[in-house]
Design a protein around this ligand. Structure first.
Ligand SMILES: [Ca+2]
Length: 572
């Protein structure tokens, strides 16, 4: 169990450890108090309460059905309707299951697509994304993790990154041994006869053993890391320390050319190098990913098997270098906005390929982004109307666009503020594939099957709570429209208008959780807890149960952080 979980348990045991932080004068005394509380709780036999949460708070609706899966709101009528609809579809299609296409943009802000108020407003129209929204279900409360690797791990495994240990972006050349122990949706779907492919960004480990083709994807074409790490050292605007010194530049270039390539491969064979990562390669690789995905769809269509394809864009993560023909294509004329237009064009291309191959009505499509905008790369960054940005658990960091589309199966024109965590794609994809019984029961699964939310005519979300972790710190939770922060991420003296991001944020522990009603305070500006004691009660029991999940199902070791390394050195 990570240190922060012990702290979380201690906070619950004491009732108000955060309060104690403010009132206990000696830091040593506080630490002793926490340790004592932690030991007391470690002695408690772990237990997860099965049954209705309403027995602990009258406004809670979730029900825990078993030990290893996240409690969900039971909606038996809509589930029966959705299951009947899916069974009928499968019957009409001779027993085949639907294709699954996940369109995962990197760092696109909630406010960027036209369907979310961006588009023309921001000088980058998104007609193809908007068409998905118009003809599908637009989610206003879809949640990612605060950064790239954790979100991808969560989508593929259905588990919070703190459980898999994939808690922060992997860095150049890093081995992510934890990844190999996780069970990805691709592996489970492949075992049921799906063709599985990943096009574009991986970012879950860059060494053999944790490649996508080691982890369950049958085919892969793309980059193992993240775009900026291939770019920054060779851009004089950002790394003059290297570009202005010929010896350094030559040394780094030789290092870079050994490992930094576009790669491709199939399961069971070593990955092959395709193209070195020059700046030109990075500018144009989303076009390469699009061509590969188009081909993947055509081939899968030809052999009649259902497919699971994750199309993971490199854009619009900084540094956006326009692809050939895209410089100035957006009305805004800036590299970021040209990138948005390119992403939208590719969405249109892939949808057209589905149509041309007769797969449009056979395919569940989900469009989303892996975290909020990286505002500290401004102006090369996206837009969110919410507070904070990537790297934080303010809404701006974790609330992302989410559009579900499946003609004939998802009613067009729907919009919903029902909670949807991107982890739910794990359970939902397996349910659509008729493979929910393959979900492993030897580990805790945080995702929830949302297929009835999506497929029933007036379906509602089955998720009541979104857990927000940042690296290995428990940070915040949303219950219905209410949100409590246990850690705050600030970048400029509590100025809500300061740019967020990964560069300069710091963590603050509030005296009491900062509490917001996101309907009347979507920017999370004015904490209001003391006027709503009933709301604190809504948080406590689920939080206790959440803490207990870590006792019953221990985590994998986390990828090292500076703090964990320092802790380890001090404990030796
Ligand atoms: Ca990202």
């Amino acid at each position: 169990m990570p240190r922060s979980c012990t702290a979380l348990l201690a906070a619950l045991c004491l009732g108000a450890a955060a309060h104690a932080a403010d009132t206990v004068e000696s830091p040593g005394a506080l630490e002793a108090m926490k340790q004592k509380a932690g030991k007391m709780l470690m002695a408690v036999k772990p237990f997860l309460v099965e049954g209705a949460y309403s027995q602990f708070h009258p406004l809670l609706q979730s029900v825990r059905e078993n030990q290893y899966m996240e409690p969900a709101i039971p909606r038996p009528e809509q589930q029966a309707q959705a299951e009947g609809k899916l069974a009928e579809w499968v019957k009409q299609h001779g027993g085949r299951r639907p294709n699954i296409l996940i369109l995962l943009v990197d760092d696109m802000g909630w406010g960027d697509p036209g369907a979310y108020g961006g588009g023309e407003t921001l000088g980058s129209p998104t007609p193809n994304i908007d068409a998905l929204a118009r003809d599908g279900l637009t989610l206003t409360s879809a949640y990612a993790q605060p950064s790239c690797t954790p979100t991808r791990a969560a989508i593929y495994t259905g588990r919070l990154p703190v459980r898999s240990g994939l808690i922060r972006p992997t860095v150049q050349g890093e081995v992510a041994e934890n990844a190999a122990k996780e069970v990805l949706a691709a592996r489970l779907l492949g075992a049921t006869g799906y063709r599985t492919g990943l096009s574009g960004k991986w970012h879950l480990g860059e060494q053999a053993g944790s490649f996508p083709t080691d982890m369950g994807f049958e085919r892969f074409f793309g980059m193992l890391g993240v775009v900026d790490m291939y770019q920054d050292w060779q851009m004089s605007a950002y790394s003059p320390e290297i570009t202005s010194k010929p010896e350094r530049f030559a040394a780094y270039k030789a290092f870079h050319e050994r490992g930094d390539w576009l790669m491709q491969g199939v399961a069971g064979k070593p990955l092959e190098r395709v193209k070195p990562m020059s700046l030109e390669t990075t500018a144009n690789m989303d076009q390469d990913f699009a061509a590969w995905s188009e081909n993947f769809i055509r081939e899968a269509s030809a052999d009649g098997k259902p497919f699971y394809l994750v199309h993971a864009f490199s854009k619009v993560h900084f540094y956006n270098i326009p692809a050939n023909g895209y410089a100035g294509r957006s009305p805004a004329g800036t590299p970021y906005r040209d990138g948005v237009v390119e992403v939208d064009d590719i969405v249109g291309r892939l949808l057209k390929t589905l149509k041309d191959t007769g797969q449009l009505e056979n395919t569940f499509v989900f469009f989303t982004s892996d975290n909020g905008p990286e505002e500290d790369s401004w102006p090369d960054t996206g837009h969110t109307p919410f507070r904070g940005a990537k790297g934080t658990t303010w809404e701006g960091g974790v609330r992302v666009p989410g559009i579900a589309y499946w003609p004939g199966m998802i009613a067009p024109g729907r919009r919903s503020d029902g909670l949807f965590d991107l982890m739910d794609l794990f359970n939902t994809s397996l349910a659509l594939a008729g493979a929910a019984d393959r979900i492993p029961d030897d580990r805790y699964v945080d995702g929830i099957d949302q297929s009835s939310f999506l497929l029933a005519d007036d379906g509602q979300s089955r998720r009541e709570i979104v857990w927000m972790w940042n690296q290995n710190e428990f940070a915040a939770m949303r219950v219905q429209e209410f949100k409590a922060h246990y850690r705050l991420y600030e970048v400029d003296n509590n100025n809500p208008d300061a740019l967020g991001g990964l560069n300069n944020s710091r963590v603050i522990t509030p005296m009491n959780p900062w509490f917001h009603n996101l309907y009347n305070d979507p920017k999370e500006r004015v904490p209001k807890l003391v006027e709503k004691v009933w709301a604190a009660g809504m948080m406590n029991f689920p939080l206790f149960q959440h803490a207990m999940t870590f006792r019953v199902y221990p985590n994998q070791p986390a990828l090292a952080t500076l703090q964990s390394t320092l802790d380890m050195m001090q404990s030796e």
